[in-house]
Design a binder for this molecule. Sequence first.
Ligand SMILES: Nc1ncnc2c1ncn2[C@@H]1O[C@H](COP(=O)(O)OP(=O)(O)OP(=O)(O)O)[C@@H](O)[C@H]1O
Ligand SMILES: [Mg+2]
Length: 350
Amino acid sequence: MSEDRLVGGEQSVEDRAIDAALRPKKLDDFIGQHRVREQLSLVLHSALRRGRAPDHVLLSGGPGLGKTTLAMIIAAELGAPLRITSGPAIERAGDLAAILSTLSEGEVLFLDEIHRMARPAEEMLYLAMEDFRVDVVVGKGPGATAIPLDIAPFTLVGATTRAGMLPGPLRDRFGFVGHMDFYDPAELEVIVGRSAGLLGVRIADDAAAEVAFRSRGTPRIANRLLRRVRDYAEVRADGLVTRDLAHAALDLYEVDAQGLDRLDRAVLRALLTKFGGGPVGLSTLAVSVGEEPETVEVVAEPFLVRQGLLARTPRGRVATPAAWAHLGLTPPAVPGPAAPALFDVGEEAD
Ligand SMILES: Nc1ncnc2c1ncn2[C@@H]1O[C@H](COP(=O)(O)OP(=O)(O)OP(=O)(O)O)[C@@H](O)[C@H]1O
Ligand SMILES: [Mg+2]
């Protein structure tokens, strides 16, 4: 995805540096996600008490919601070393074996984008997670033998934006699954205030609230928008971010009053103007806005669903009446044949 999107969930180069600087380091400083935080706190503290490595943890949720941050916090809370890798980096089982066999006892292995790991590695991971063992295959063809190798007990922290794509056997091997959801504006306001303090940005309370409200429920976007309103206030005014300045800056960057960005609006507009409000399949919709289906599904849709602008139905994506109103368009007078029920089945239809 392009790096110039202001509210897209994914990271830009600038984000990566800032993400690192703004990441809370302790569970207590992690804002929002109360349930996940409390459950995780229990898992970690009981493991610490027993002096054992805690159960493997799976964190699922959209881009920028705090999965990497939480993985780092887990290691910090355990006082354990952290090893970081990702699904796409593991192309062969051997890549994974090399990592697993060099873990130290109690180490936390963070496997980002775990749903992108190669299949053969996945099977190796099952055994490692369950029995702390890997089978190293020596030789080829009929003469190949598997030599079992014990590995140190470790804690796997997997992260995924697409929990639905994980094979059942893998998901079942996690003792704890934390689902990260969008943040409330009030929580994001706290995050904006905290980040402003760390970055030395002067921002009025009502301006922080405005940034929070337009951040698509996502901390990474809140931090990004904060930097853009700061730029604006520095160049066009004396640096203090007021509500009016925040408004003007957000308008300039095409973040609308509900926090929708260009891609969100493009998806909605296509759904309304090209497909009469749907139902239309995900791939067709994605092609019509020139994006990958995964980008539309992972980045744009969850927020549109959350805002009550789009629904996923068994027959495809459907716009809600609020979507027409949001874009200032008039829905067709006669609804299409058998208008589908608007409910979220969470599954793709095409
Ligand atoms: N609960 C939180 N409290 C404060 N800041 C947060 C919180 N969650 C995330 N952030 C901030 O948002 C940024 C993005 O979070 P993070 O990188 O952990 O997201 P992610 O879920 O790993 O995203 P991706 O799927 O793109 O890897 C971090 O820099 C962090 O500063
Ligand atoms: Mg991450």
